[in-house]
Design a protein around this ligand. Structure first.
Ligand code: VG1
Ligand code: CO
Length: 543
């Protein structure tokens, strides 16, 4: 088989963001747009020759076409083997596990996560390294540099590989193994959790709904929750991955999973509700009459992880992204373990996990995970919750309330202003940064400002730094407002405002979150002039 070398010209906008390269499908469909990025990636991975590459995606529109392109280019670029999920399916945490389990060189995950799919929707390409985690910035920076100089790419002339059945194929001398996307992942979950106890809970009448949102977790949740754990058929809904997610928005929050929320707040609510996102790394947890914020969920999972067999010996430490609430910090303090605050994005947790310094990580954006893989893991969080419920024999609401009366409650909310004018958003951030010294001096609205900075992170493991990761304004009573621009949007800019206030253990834990934060929300608007600068009356999404 002869390798073709095809001339190409660079694009100037292939800089990976918080989680890979994410653009509109139509943008990816430009001539050689995919090929340029994949070749730049392979060019930036010394030592890949003869090695194994894992490929899979969340099943969104364009997944199938890009998988075939990537297989041909992997063969032409000298990889020894490709492992690809059946039907092109691999969840992000599933891919992370496959890379680790089979000691692959790395993996390509095709997903734009919670962004909508379909011909007019979004697409994305992520690269994970041999530890199973998202490529660190030194790799993504190198890839971006390469994309700006690329002049040719390599491919081979072959027909498409049949991904519908398990087995090994050959493409230009390279083996392509089509694997069951679920089996190895399900086996891993079984080593971490007490499946017998969870199954017994279902057998005794515990009711749950898992909404897979027509995204990648459907097959996983069916096999594990209804299969191995014996939950009644119909427990998992919207279980078939569709290229356009059934026209929905596979973002498990209170806006896009409203039906699930309404069910759990309604008269016939099951005991437990959960959902995951497009690529299966996020989770939404709702008990009967009790929504659990992701920041609280992180703290609760960390505080109760020892109840699951995989964490019975305790956890080494916790890491959270900077905008995530400090609820987990209180758990770490009580357990006497390390606590780390990192920039947004899972890639910053990898070194801490690899070094064994933390066991559980989480982000306010509904991502939690542990050292079992190097990605956040939606189904893992759901199973850990189920294990805790089975062990404690209490409701979600009781467990959450007990947590607050032990540690206090961090009232927390994120306000997103989506698709605002990028120039205005950048100006807003620049002006805020410029005001920081004055805020530190003079306070804000009569409050003492104890912290006003643009977050920068020094990785304690490899000494790398990341700067300009979000403007933080902290007050003497522990409340905090954080501003940052999203690195995953595909149109304009998305401004995220994170607001947090601590209520001590003996305080009032039953207030409405937006009410409890109302004064800080007003302060956020006045200090950044959000409404005036974005021309918006209010946020697009409140979580
Ligand atoms: C968002 C979240 C961040 C998460 C990232 C990828 O990034 O805030 O916490 O790691 O999405 O998640 P940003 O830059 O838009 O704020 V996923 O499930 O979209 O891969
Ligand atoms: Co995701």
């Amino acid at each position: 088989m002869t390798i073709k070398t095809i001339a190409t010209t660079p694009y100037d906008d292939q800089k990976p963001g918080t989680s890979g390269l994410r653009k509109r499908v139509t943008h990816f469909q430009q001539p050689n747009y995919v090929e340029n990025f994949v070749q730049a990636l392979f060019d930036s991975l010394p030592g890949h020759e003869g090695q194994t590459l894992v490929i899979g995606g969340d099943g969104r529109y364009f997944n199938d076409a890009v998988i075939q392109i990537a297989i041909r280019m992997a063969a032409a670029n000298g990889f020894g083997k490709v492992m690809v999920g059946q039907g092109g399916i691999l969840s992000t945490p599933g891919a992370s596990h496959i890379i680790r389990h089979y000691k692959a060189f790395g993996g390509i995950v095709l997903s734009a996560s919670h962004n909508p799919g379909g011909p007019e929707g979004d697409f994305g390409i992520k690269y994970n390294a041999s530890n199973g985690g998202p490529a660190p910035e030194k790799i993504t920076d190198a890839v971006y540099e390469r994309t700006k100089q690329i002049t040719e790419y390599k491919s081979v002339d072959t027909s498409d590989v049949d991904l519908s059945t398990l087995g090994v194929h050959e493409v230009a001398g390279m083996a392509v193994e089509v694997i069951d996307p679920v089996a190895d992942y399900a086996a891993l979950m079984e080593t971490l959790f007490d499946f017998d106890a969870i199954a017994a809970m279902f057998a005794s009448g515990f009711r749950m709904r898992f909404d897979a949102m027509h995204a990648v977790t459907g097959p996983y949740a069916k096999a594990i929750i209804e299969g191995r754990l014996g939950a009644p058929e119909g427990t998992v809904v919207n279980a078939v991955p569709l290229p356009d997610f059934g026209g929905g928005h596979p973002d498990p929050n209170l806006v896009y999973a409203k039906e699930l929320y309404d069910l759990l707040m309604g008269p016939d609510a099951p005991d437990f509700g959960a959902a995951s996102d497009g690529d299966g790394d996020r989770n939404l947890i709702i008990g009967r009459n009790r929504f659990v914020t992701p920041s609280d969920s992180l703290a609760l999972l960390a505080a109760n992880a020892h109840l699951a067999p995989g964490y019975a010996k305790g956890i080494a430490g916790i890491a959270r992204s900077m905008p995530t609430s400090a609820a987990a910090d209180r758990v770490a303090e009580k357990l006497g373990i390390e606590m780390h605050e990192t920039p947004t994005g899972w890639k910053f947790f990898g070194n801490l996990l690899d070094a064994g310094r933390v066991t559980i990580c989480g982000e306010e954006s509904a991502g939690t995970g542990s050292d079992h893989v190097r990605e956040k893991d939606g189904l893992w969080a759901v199973l850990l919750w189920l294990n805790i419920l089975a062990a404690r024999k209490q409701s979600v609401d009781e467990i959450v309330r007990e947590h607050w009366t032990t540690y206090g409650r961090n009232y927390y909310s994120r306000h997103d202003y989506e698709e605002v004018d990028a120039g205005a958003a950048n100006q807003l951030m620049d002006d805020l940064r410029a005001r920081l010294p004055q805020l530190r001096e003079a306070g804000l609205d009569g409050r003492d400002v104890v912290l006003a900075d643009d977050f920068s992170y020094l990785d304690p493991v490899d000494g790398s730094t990341a700067t300009k990761q979000g403007v933080r304004i902290g007050f003497a009573d522990g409340s905090r407002i954080v501003f940052r621009l999203s690195g995953t949007g595909t149109v304009g800019a998305t401004l995220r405002v994170y607001i947090e206030r601590y209520e001590p253990a003996a305080g009032a834990h039953d207030r409405d979150t937006q009410e409890a934060l109302a004064d800080l929300i007003a302060l956020a608007d006045s200090v950044a002039q959000i409404k005036a600068r974005t021309g918006r009356d209010g946020p697009t999404v409140i979580t």
